[in-house]
Write a protein that binds this ligand. Structure first.
Ligand code: BG6
Length: 476
């Protein structure tokens, strides 16, 4: 390209602790919701079975005779130095990772934090810094202490605001010298796709499931604002971010009906950013609740807390894009159609690099705060050749086109400070709990049942990404 990314842009990777660490029952850790997600080999790859969870399935998953991949992950807890070394060898500048709540508070409501858990992350962040890798830390990424689901009913219960805030304060107190960038909650807007993983609500335990989800996310808004307030008071150089999984859609056709429905649905996606960045519940959202007779309870002071503690930056994950068909007349964000103009991977994720340019530009135009790409990547069932190579030109091409889109958005004015490729080394899939949905530049030799040598092998994309980092984008 001959041009480089701006100096400030960090190029690196992102993982979630619950998909990598394993070690689910050591050093005082309690069980969390991710660790009851079974691997279900016979379920179609395009179906996610861990979302709309009812009590029956919940009990079955807790007590069932399944293999639970996230209990072992890729042994990051024991092997973190090897993984960080490999990332450092790729010249990775940043790694977004998360902290597992149950390492710190095993039941979520314990009196005292668990020192051993705190020490682990202290060592991890110190090691990353030693290797020149800037930590970007998500406080909560798709796991809740199991006890908080059983005893309180997840985020639907207001009590979670206090428990989460207390947990976050402990983290900020401990790590604020090591970690400057914090994302409070992973993909706060995915209350429809990832309802259980994100909110810990069992759908048969609440009277009105949709109302419960919006109430729960309100609690997350309030908690995020309180955590942001605390962090800024402690150290005003800390950057506190909100994260959205980009779910903006295009109309299926140019018909006024498709266009209108698409607009309305997209606005309800912007809702989460509008509350946490602009600091207000927008009128269109209040109308939406009223029309659907959803009654969301605000406690006195909530709206002030939200208004005065908005996010410093917006973290966006972007993988695919879909279209909306008005004849279905559905406002459910999970109800989407495939875009016939783009190709998709085995999991039905449609590849549309241009979408990233449009999304980033729109977020910038709407909010004007610094942006980071917290996740973007290509899941594929890679083939390991006999000579121990993985020729993943499909991944190179995906990443290259998406990075070019980041470049275009920056050229048009968007301020982007980090690009974190999802899963720079292979980890367990969040959606399907497979190991074989691989994203990495680094192959990790475990299979869907956790068997294998665990060796780390560099795929073809490893050298390619390293060059992108070394040339700060000019090799694209
Ligand atoms: C994001 C999640 O939505 O998608 C990650 O934040 C997840 O945790 C990523 O891994 C990719 O999804 P999957 O199901 O392919 O792992």
């Amino acid at each position: 390209m001959n041009k480089k990314f701006p100096e400030r842009l960090l190029i690196g990777g992102a993982i979630a602790a619950n998909q990598a660490e394993g070690a689910y029952d050591v050093d005082g850790k309690g069980l969390n919701t991710a660790e009851i997600q079974p691997y279900l080999p016979n379920v179609p790859k395009t179906e996610l079975h861990f979302n709309d969870m009812d009590s029956k399935t919940f009990e079955e998953y807790i007590n069932g005779d399944y293999y639970y991949p996230k209990r072992t992950g890729v042994h990051f807890y024991e092997r973190y130095q090897e993984y960080i070394d490999a990332l450092a060898e790729m010249h990775c500048e940043t790694l977004r990772t998360s902290i597992v709540w149950t390492r710190i508070f095993p039941n979520g409501d314990d009196e005292e934090p668990n020192e051993k858990g705190l020490e682990f992350y202290d060592q991890l962040f110190n090691y990353m810094r030693k290797k020149g890798i800037e930590p970007i830390v998500t406080v909560n990424h798709y796991e809740l202490p199991l006890n908080l689901v059983q005893k309180y009913g997840g985020w639907y219960n207001r009590k979670l605001v206090d428990l989460f805030t207390r947990y976050s304060k402990v983290l900020i107190d401990w790590y604020h010298d090591l970690v400057k960038y914090w994302i409070v909650i992973n993909q706060i807007n995915l209350i429809h796709f990832e309802a259980f993983a994100s909110l810990g609500i069992l759908k048969d335990k609440v009277e009105n499931y949709e109302e419960a989800k919006f109430q729960a996310v309100h609690h997350q808004f309030v908690a995020s604002a309180k955590v942001t307030e605390y962090a800024h008071k402690l150290d005003d150089s800390l950057q506190m971010g909100v994260m959205l999984a980009d779910s903006i859609t295009d109309p299926m056709t140019p018909s006024p009906e498709d266009t209108l429905l698409c607009f309305k649905r997209n606005r309800m996606q912007y809702f989460y950013g509008d509350v946490t960045i602009r600091g207000e519940y927008p009128q269109y959202a209040l109308n939406f609740f009223k029309n659907k007779q959803l009654s969301i309870k605000f406690e006195s002071g909530d709206l002030d807390t939200i208004r005065t503690n908005t996010a410093d930056f917006l973290c966006v994950s972007y993988y695919y894009s879909n279209v909306v068909d008005a004849s279905k007349n559905s406002m459910d964000p999970a109800d989407v159609e495939k875009n016939p103009y783009i190709e998709e991977n085995e999991w039905g994720w449609g590849i549309n690099p241009q979408g990233l340019y449009i999304r980033l530009s729109n977020y910038w135009d709407r909010y004007g705060i610094p942006l980071m790409i917290g996740e973007n990547g290509f899941g594929y069932n890679d083939v390991l050749t006999e000579d121990g190579k993985i020729h993943d030109d499909y991944r190179i091409s995906y990443t290259k086109e998406h990075l070019k889109s980041v470049f275009k958005a920056i050229e048009d004015g968007a301020e982007v400070f980090a690009y974190c490729y999802w899963g720079p080394f292979d980890i367990i899939s969040a959606g399907t709990a497979e190991m074989s949905k691989r994203y990495g530049f680094i192959y990790v030799d475990y299979d869907n049942y956790g068997r294998g040598t665990g060796k780390l092998l560099f795929k073809d994309s490893f050298d390619w990404y390293k060059k992108v980092i070394d040339t700060h984008g000019s090799s694209l």
